[in-house]
Design a protein around this ligand. Sequence first.
Ligand SMILES: [Zn+2]
Length: 115
Amino acid sequence: MHELSIVKDIFDTLEGHYGARVEDVQQIQVTAGLLSNVQPVLIQNAFDAFIAENRGYAEMELEVVVNDIVAYCDVCQQNFPVHYHRFVCPCGRSSSTIVQGNELYISKVIFKQEK
Ligand SMILES: [Zn+2]
């Protein structure tokens, strides 16, 4: 399953970065562009399945932020929002220069408050 491997990658990254402190993470926020082929519901389900199998992570929460698609118009030299996968600038030119929408990354890590 595509989403489960993404979740594993996320935890591999976190473990590589924070080591044993990963178990003190309260919430992670993942930002996914609309073109990244990540379904927030599916990644949430994969995350829930993953933490259910890994006791140390039982209380961890996931938030998925979805980024809209933004493209760049050479004529206007400006970015414009892409709706319904129509890569056409308000000026009428089409553009396939994607500025935002392909990304998938861990955008925030919140640790539990120290007791
Ligand atoms: Zn334009």
